[in-house]
Write a protein that binds this ligand. Structure first.
Ligand SMILES: Nc1ncnc2c1ncn2[C@@H]1O[C@H](COP(=O)(O)OP(=O)(O)OP(=O)(O)O)[C@@H](O)[C@H]1O
Ligand SMILES: [Mg+2]
Length: 522
């Protein structure tokens, strides 16, 4: 046994994050660590890497009891960690990042040539063909992550921990990362993989362990394991089926037009497009990462100035040239990168929820405290935000629960047009279904929603209408019977005229056979 954890316990004020957890890792396996938001996954990892001190329990590495007091101590023992946010330095070169703290020296100075050579050697066997003399920041997140892995493996070499490494990668990048992980497994490393993407877990992992409310639920081999049984282990209850909403029942009923954007565009960012928004409808933007989905939404919200185009509602023209103007017009926008743009870590959950609402009223007109408490309680309940208290700093919530708070902030504004960029990323299966249901309820009350998502199945369930964005152009609009993951994929992959949907061209066929979403990559 490479790593054994027995009776691991860790409490925070008001929360028992880990309650007597057992976990084993053997050399040469990829072992998934699963559970709902707040189950204790990140806490277990932080105890293992010395970021947190455990309250009780035992950790053995190669049979020897260890108690790392810091991440560097854990690294020296052989335990390396790579998080979703790459924590290397973007403005140093790849070689400098790889050899940081252990630079080869000549006459007391860093030997640049030896440094490059060492870095190239470290990257051997990772299947990367890159220039180690370039800045790390000039490479994609996926490549940066692989470089972070190479460094962790070089420094540590026995146990590699990956905490939600794929959350912001597209399908091809996930495949590249998995290739690296498999190579390392075959070299005999023990790898712990934390993810909310069950398809990835089945594709990559040999065994899995489920945590629930800080307790160990089950450890099993992944092959042959039934998916529903797994979800049941994670939730401790059956997952309610999400009914298809909107396009099923609403079909035929023409909802009234509420907003209209004509010729919105900006050279080099997105070609001019029109968009009509009807009251109470859900519009989906589908497309690859970098296709122009987010950029389109940013133009609609005034986050980027449109160079062409105009907006109007039923009362007349609207000027949306800044986010403030958009908010005043009743728009909301929950951005994708919630970790960096979304939360104010040392404000409470309540304060984070009312933040945008308060900003719109102006800071001089404080929202009455009773109203703040009511809103916080309402969204903690309806989004199932796992916390003992609305007054806790949001930084103490698990990652997925922080994300729900940011969503609550925009819902509290009660916008007429809400834009959600990847609203369910990092959110567990149970909460995922809850959020889709909530969107359904809001649209019944007349709110219109624009969802940008890489998860085609989710878009198909939620949206009345899907717009496919490709190479910075809106190329197709899908409705009715065309709202299927296969049709979307064909439109994303087609390489010519906007209405070409067929599987005749080889690119379309290759892509249509490819996994449906990033999470399904093998
Ligand atoms: N620094 C902290 N201070 C107080 N409470 C914390 C702290 N870190 C975690 N917790 C609490 O411990 C519990 C477990 O959180 P943890 O971050 O381990 O969950 P997780 O399984 O990683 O969830 P997610 O999938 O959302 O990332 C949660 O209730 C969380 O609020
Ligand atoms: Mg976590």
């Amino acid at each position: 046994m490479l790593l054994t954890i027995r009776s691991l316990t860790k409490s925070f004020p008001g929360t028992k994050a880990l309650d007597g957890v057992n976990f084993d890792l053997v050399a040469g396996e990829v072992h998934a660590l699963l559970g709902e938001n707040g189950a204790g996954k990140s806490t277990l990892i932080k105890c293992l890497t010395g970021a947190y001190r455990r309250d009780a329990g035992e950790i053995r590495l190669d049979g020897r009891a260890i108690s790392p007091g810091s991440t560097s101590e854990a690294q020296d023992l052989g335990i390396g960690t790579v998080y979703q946010e790459v924590n290397l330095l973007a403005n140093l070169t790849v070689a400098q990042n790889l050899t940081f703290g252990r630079e080869p020296r000549r006459f007391g100075l860093v030997d640049g040539r030896a440094q490059k050579r060492a870095a190239e050697e470290m990257l051997q066997g990772y299947g990367l063909n890159i220039d180690v003399g370039r800045d790390l920041g000039s490479y994609s997140v996926a490549i940066q992550q692989i470089i972070a892995i190479a460094r962790a493996v070089e420094v540590s070499g026995k146990v590699l921990i990956l905490d939600e490494p794929t959350a912001s990668l597209d399908a091809a990048e996930v495949a590249m990362l998995f290739d690296v992980v498999r190579r390392l497994r075959d070299r005999g490393l023990g790898i712990v993989f934390v993810s909310h993407f069950l398809d990835q877990v089945f594709a990559l992992c040999d065994r899995l362990t489920v945590l629930r409310n800080g307790q160990h639920v089950v450890t099993e081999r992944t092959d042959g394991l039934d998916r529903l049984a797994l979800i049941h282990h994670m939730l401790g209850r059956e997952l309610e089926a999400v009914e298809t909403q909107g396009h099923a029942e609403g079909a035929g009923v023409q909802k009234p037009e509420m907003l209209r954007f004509d010729g919105m565009g900006r050279a080099g960012v997105i070609e001019p497009f029109d968009l009509k928004v009807r009251r109470g409808e859900v519009i989906g933007f589908a497309g690859l990462l970098g296709s122009g989905r987010t950029e389109s939404a940013e133009l609609l919200f005034g986050l980027r100035r449109a160079r062409t185009g105009s907006a109007r509602d039923t009362d007349g023209p609207l000027t949306i040239d800044t986010p403030q103007a958009a908010i005043a017009a009743g728009f909301g926008f929950a951005p994708e990168d919630r970790k960096t743009e979304g939360i104010v870590a040392d404000l409470s959950i309540r304060e984070n929820i009312i933040l945008a609402l308060q900003a719109r009223r102006g800071w001089a007109r404080r929202l009455p405290r009773a109203e703040q408490d009511r809103l916080a309680a309402q969204y903690i309940e309806s989004l199932d935000i796992r916390t003992s208290d609305a007054e806790k700093p949001i930084g103490e919530l698990s990652g997925g629960n922080q994300q729900k708070v940011v969503l609550a902030r925009w819902l509290a504004m009660n916008p007429r047009f809400l834009i959600l960029d990847e609203p369910t990323r990092g959110i567990d299966v149970g909460a995922h279904a809850e959020i889709l249901k909530l969107i359904g309820r809001l649209t019944e009350d007349g709110m219109s929603v624009l969802i940008i998502s890489s998860e085609l199945d989710e878009l198909v369930v939620a949206a009345d209408r899907i717009i496919v964005v490709r190479d910075r152009r809106h190329v197709r609009e899908l409705t009715g019977a065309d709202l299927t993951a296969d049709t979307i994929l064909a439109a994303i992959a087609a390489d010519d005229s906007p209405d070409e949907s067929s599987g005749k061209n080889p690119v379309a066929i290759a892509a249509a056979d490819a996994p449906k979403t990033a999470k399904e990559v093998r």
